[in-house]
Design a protein. Structure first.
Ligand code: CU
Length: 115
């Protein structure tokens, strides 16, 4: 009887510890790569909605050079060849419309939301 009780204590303590550990676990951080792919003369997604502080990376998947230029001049990439990348961190809320300066009919938009 006494020994049975002793044997139960460690498992009960372990269960309690496991419960505490699980309860304290932080939610997994978002690992979404914030990538806008340029393909077939199109930005994908054409409209990206992100929170303030997000870094977006454009990747040129076309066999043709492209650029990313904000209409309000807040960012401007160099010419990106195939697989070229350009990143920009959005520190202010707002709507940022952009286009490719080589092919101005290519347009996209980033909506940056305040926290
Ligand atoms: Cu282009």
């Amino acid at each position: 009887m006494f020994q049975t009780l002793i044997r139960r204590i460690p498992s009960a303590a372990a269960a309690a510890l496991a419960a505490v550990t699980l309860g304290a676990a932080a939610p997994a951080p978002s690992v979404t790569p914030n990538i806008i792919t340029i393909g077939n003369f199109t930005f994908g997604p054409e409209v990206a909605t992100v929170p303030v502080g997000t870094t977006l990376t454009w990747v040129n998947g076309d066999d043709i050079p492209h650029t990313v230029v904000a209409i309000d001049k807040s960012f401007r990439s160099p010419v990106m060849d195939t697989d070229g990348r350009f990143s920009f961190t959005f520190t202010k809320a707002g709507t940022y419309e952009y286009f490719c300066s080589i092919h101005p009919h290519m347009t996209g938009k980033v909506v940056v939301q305040a926290p």
